[in-house]
Design a protein around this ligand. Structure first.
Ligand code: GDP
Length: 323
C-alpha cells in the first residue's frame, strides 16, 4: 500500500492561512484596490477549493484497498466514518468552487469592495472551519495508516504460538532478507513480516507478537477482529510448540491454544515442535531454530500446502487481489 505517501492533512486554519497568503501575494502588485479585492476573493476561493480537493485525493479509495487494510481501517475507525469526513471535505470544496465566482462578482459590483471582500472571506472561513474536526480526524487516520506494515497479496504463512517458543527465530531463518518489523495498532509489539522466493511464488511469513499468542476466548472484541484480519491473510498457519517449556508456558496450555486456533480457522494448521535440541515430542514435526535442524522439513511442509500461483488467484476473493 502507498499509505506512507499520504501527506499531512492540514487543519482548517492552515488551509485558510495558506490560501490567504497565496492570494495576497498575487494581488499585492495591483494598483487598483477595487480590482485587487475582487481578484483576492476569486483566488482565495480557488486556493481553498484546490487544497480541499487535494485532501480528498490524498486518500485511497477504501473500496479497492486489499482486504487486510480494509479490515484494519474498519476496526480502528470504521470505514463509514472516514467516508463521512471525506464527504464533508467534498462539501466544503464544492462550496468554495460554487460560491467563489459569485462572491467575486458581488465584490466587483459592491459600493465598498473591501467590505464585500471581508464578508466573502468570512463565509468561506466559516465553511472551512466547520469541517475542521473532519480534517483533524483524517490527519489522525493518515498518521496511523502510514505506520501499517506492508502486507503483500502473496501466499502467506501466519505463525502462531505462545511467546518465546521461537516464532521470530523461525521467520529470521527462513526469510531471504531481514524481516521487516512494523507496528500493528492492536499490540505494543511489532508485527514481523519476512519473505522468501519459493519457485515462482513469493511467500510471505507473518508473526504477530501479542496477537496469536493467547486463546481467542481471552480477547476482547477488537482483538478478535485484529486476529481475524491476520488469519484472513493466511494460506497456512504454522503453530509452534515448545516441548521444553523454556518459553515459560506448560505444554498443555500451549496445546489448548493450538486447539482453539484449529477450531477457528479454515486453513491448514501445521504443527511443529521447536527447540528439539532441548526436548522433542513423538508424532509431530520437530525442528530447532537454534541449530537449524528440521527447519527445512517444516518449510517444505508449509510450501507444499500453498496453492500454486494461478490456483491461488482463482480461488481468492477478487477484491483481495487488487491494490
Ligand atoms: P518468539 O517470542 O516466539 O518469537 O520467540 P523467539 O524467536 O524470540 O525465541 C525466544 C527464545 O528462544 C530466544 O532466546 C531464542 O534464541 C530461543 N530459541 C528459539 N528457537 C530455539 C531453539 O530451537 N532451541 C533453543 N534452545 N532455543 C531457541
Amino acid at each position: 500500500m502507498e499509505f506512507e505517501k499520504i501527506p499531512t492533512i492540514p487543519t482548517a486554519d492552515e488551509i485558510l492561512d495558506r490560501s490567504f497568503r497565496r492570494a495576497s501575494r498575487k494581488v499585492r502588485e495591483r494598483k487598483n484596490r477595487d480590482r485587487a479585492n475582487v481578484a483576492f476573493v476569486y483566488m482565495v476561493s480557488h486556493a481553498v477549493h484546490d487544497r480541499l480537493v487535494a485532501v480528498m485525493q490524498a486518500f485511497p479509495d477504501f473500496d479497492t484497498i486489499p482486504q487486510f487494510y480494509k479490515d484494519i481501517v474498519e476496526i480502528l475507525y470504521g470505514t463509514d466514518r472516514i467516508r463521512q469526513s471525506l464527504g464533508a471535505v467534498g462539501w466544503a470544496a464544492r462550496f468554495a468552487r460554487d460560491h467563489g465566482p459569485g462572491f467575486a462578482y458581488q465584490t466587483r459590483t459592491a459600493d465598498e469592495t473591501a467590505r464585500m471582500r471581508k464578508r466573502a472571506v468570512a463565509r468561506l472561513s466559516s465553511v472551512v472551519r466547520q469541517i475542521d474536526p473532519h480534517l483533524r480526524f483524517l490527519n489522525e487516520v493518515r498518521n496511523v495508516l502510514r505506520t501499517l506494515p506492508h502486507v503483500e497479496d502473496t501466499p502467506t504463512v501466519v505463525i502462531a504460538g505462545y511467546p518465546n517458543v521461537g516464532k521470530s527465530s523461525f521467520i529470521r531463518l527462513v526469510s531471504s532478507a531481514d524481516p521487516q518489523i512494523a507496528s500493528y495498532p492492536f499490540t505494543t509489539k511489532g508485527i514481523i513480516v519476512g519473505h522468501r522466493q519459493a519457485g515462482r511464488a513469493r511467500v510471505q511469513f507473518i508473526d504477530t507478537p501479542g496477537i496469536l499468542e493467547r486463546p481467542p476466548s481471552e480477547r476482547n472484541a477488537i482483538e478478535q477482529q485484529a486476529v481475524a484480519a491476520i488469519t484472513h491473510l493466511a494460506d497456512v498457519i504454522l503453530f509452534i510448540l515448545d516441548a521444553s517449556e523454556s518459553c515459560g508456558y506448560p505444554l498443555a496450555q500451549q496445546e489448548g491454544l493450538l486447539a482453539e486456533i484449529q477450531a477457528n480457522t479454515d486453513v491448514p494448521v501445521v504443527v511443529a515442535v521447536n527447540k528439539a535440541d532441548l526436548a522433542g515430542r513423538e508424532g509431530v514435526l520437530s525442528m530447532s531454530a537454534l541449530t537449524g535442524e528440521g527447519v527445512d522439513t517444516v518449510l517444505h511442509t508449509l510450501l507444499s500446502l500453498i496453492p500454486p500461483p494461478e490456483a491461488a488467484r482463482e480461488g481468492r476473493d477478487p477484491q483481495e487481489s487488487q491494490g
